[in-house]
Design a protein around this ligand. Structure first.
Ligand SMILES: Nc1ncnc2c1ncn2[C@@H]1O[C@H](COP(=O)(O)OP(=O)(O)OP(=O)(O)O)[C@@H](O)[C@H]1O
Ligand SMILES: [Mg+2]
Length: 206
């Protein structure tokens, strides 16, 4: 099949339902005859998975600038070694978190200049931005109730922090309404996926 490559990302605060919806989207696309590549951030290349281990390690404390740079380094590997080749091969790339998470967490959450962060995105991603992004928007209580019992370093953050991150994601979506679809994550898995599926059908002409 000679399909055009397409790049989709799933975003939102911890426990909002990203991985659940990504897996449903992957099943749907595969059943529709599209070849997919499923990846996650940080990670999905040998070097990026090593960086992931550092970033999620509860026993390490990380300076916000170092943290930002680790995410950027992991992404540079992912873009060049996984995303660009897959798109060129006509695959649909499904990525669990991408650069909007850096803007939301390190920028709006930790207070690093978002203009500077967007310049780093230009450096690492260039013209290979996502074609479509699903922002699954949930409040803090919902996010908390869906999370794993053992929190990693990032999940141990405060309600105030997650509030800033959530607001940051919404600002990102408002700035790029063509790319970012905001979905009310408080609904059932099935009704959220009905919306996701609608957008997949429309944008990918399935
Ligand atoms: N709409 C929903 N309603 C109720 N439960 C849900 C919904 N979506 C996902 N869940 C459940 O919430 C939990 C977290 O979902 P999921 O792992 O997809 O979130 P996530 O955004 O990928 O989390 P993380 O940021 O930790 O990777 C899972 O147990 C999942 O089954
Ligand atoms: Mg997940």
């Amino acid at each position: 099949m000679n399909s055009k490559g397409f790049f989709i990302t799933f975003e939102g605060i911890d426990g909002c339902g990203k991985t659940t919806q990504l897996e449903l989207a992957d099943n749907f696309l595969t059943a529709s005859g599209r070849e997919t590549l499923v990846i996650r951030e940080p990670g999905s290349t040998p070097l990026s998975e090593r960086i992931r281990d550092i970033l999620l390690d509860n026993s390490l404390s990380v300076n916000p600038v170092s943290e930002l740079m680790l995410y950027i380094a992991a992404r540079a590997e992912l873009v060049n070694n996984a995303i660009i080749p897959a798109i060129a091969a006509g695959k649909v790339v499904l990525c669990d978190r991408f650069y909007d998470s850096t803007t939301a967490y390190q920028g709006y959450g930790r207070g690093i200049d978002v203009t500077l962060i967007s310049q780093l995105h230009r450096l690492t991603v260039g013209s290979h931005s996502p074609d479509l992004t699903f922002l699954i928007d949930v409040d803090y209580e919902t996010s908390l109730s869906r999370r794993k019992l053992t929190a990693d370093r990032l999940e141990s953050e405060s309600e105030e922090f997650f509030g800033k991150v959530r607001d940051g994601f919404v600002k990102i979506a408002e700035a790029e309404p063509e790319r970012v679809v905001v979905i009310d994550g408080g609904k059932t898995i099935e009704s959220i996926f009905a919306e996701v599926r609608h957008w997949l059908e429309t944008r990918l002409k399935i």
